[in-house]
Design a protein around this ligand. Sequence first.
Ligand code: SAM
Length: 317
Amino acid sequence: METRTTAFKVLKEHEVQFLNTLLAKGGPDEHEYDLFLDFISRVNDEGVKELREAIKPIMNEETMIGFAFVKPYGYAGDFKIIDMIYQKKVNPDPRFTKWDKWYHAQHAAKAVRNRKEFFKSVLAELDEGADHPKEVLILGSGPATDVYEYLTDHPDSGLRFDLIDLDQRAIDYAKEKNARFLDRLNFIRMNVLRYKTHKFYDLIWSAGLFDYFKEKHFIYLLRKYMPYVAEGGEMIIGNFSDENPSTGGMHSILEWHLNQRSPEELVYYALEAGAKRQNIYVDKEPLGVNLFLRVKNPANPFKNPESFISWLTVNNN
Ligand SMILES: C[S@@+](CC[C@H](N)C(=O)[O-])C[C@H]1O[C@@H](n2cnc3c(N)ncnc32)[C@H](O)[C@@H]1O
């Protein structure tokens, strides 16, 4: 592969040489993974422009890094890149292979794959027992690979899904993937800020979406959706942790910005939205990089007709 000879002002000569060596062999080898991550995490704003210039031959849709940077669908975290992370897509072209392997070895990519497994285990728990059908609402459903894998493994599932996504291309992609299961899936193209329903859901799930919302919208959405949780049901919102070790690389080289949060912040949001403390819990996938705010509507044995709001401290209507 062509090496870069441009004169750099911020990057030191040995750093450019390091990058040229990586380019020449199609990406870092495993023993260089941390070195490359440290390097891209440390580099300042000026340096990052030079860094991108230095590795320009891979900053295109051929690689995971390039795809994440270019954002061909116009925004970070589109259905395609998320599905490529799920599939651990590696370009077989030797100019790109090791770059893709590096990408998939990062904590952030692993956490995305872990959250899919986490969601599938939540679905399995919900599916157990006789009370069918159970209703699931997904906010920002993207490729719906999680649903596809779950239903493939549980063809007799009693779950029904409403899937909301703003991007018609994501919905088309998810529909094609889930073609066998369309009788249980209802896709809705809409902004989650605007969706209205009179239905109660046993589970309201969202991952990879609230990380893009500011505090104000995060709390607004909790307040909006919590009253739709059925008795005994739950709302689970994924959000990347502020201790994500991939943060530096995601922000600098990829320009992939998330509002990463602590467990305490997530609890605070739920309280602000009106949930009672005893119904709030913060969970995480095995790496602790993707956190999950869980707000439960406890089962009400007395069947109070107003129970759908009484489990909250404020009337959200
Ligand atoms: C990072 S993907 C996550 C997909 C899926 N939840 C997952 O974890 O695999 C985020 C999805 O949310 C959608 N999205 C972003 N903003 C939205 C909004 N305001 N309303 C509805 N969908 C939205 C995007 O189109 C994208 O498909």
